[in-house]
Design a protein around this ligand. Sequence first.
Ligand SMILES: [Zn+2]
Length: 162
Amino acid sequence: MGCEYCEIAAGNSKSLILHQDAEIVVAVKDTSVIPGQITVFPTEHHPIMELVPDNILQKCSIMANKVSVAIFEGLDTTGTNVIIQNGTAAGQNRPHFAIEIIPRRENDGLDFQWPQKQLTEDELGYLFNELTEDVPEEKPAIKPKKVSGKDNYLLKSLKRKA
Ligand SMILES: [Zn+2]
């Protein structure tokens, strides 16, 4: 069996397609965490967010916002969760980038509360160094302390996308 979202885009699914063009699909899948969940995804197969072309990602984001507004207005909700599960460690279980828009009401039984933990100064310092070690001299107000000589993947990625 192929990719579930590619199958939806190809019309080989029981899912309800609300909008489709050459770049994005908006669908109500036949499985959802709560009735009214709507999925926005690229028409073409892109496994994770990093691999989605910027113009498609922008279109998906704008559409996700429109869908969220429509859910507020049309489904009598008091909130939405807009979720991207990017990578298997983040709960992504289909290899096709997607944005899920989930209608929320008080006491609806869904729990997306993530307990916050106080970070230590060491943890904050480590993160600051890892995230800023390659920033040009004129940028940071606080000069980061270099903790390792390895390439900073996160920052390189940010520069590449910019
Ligand atoms: Zn796919």
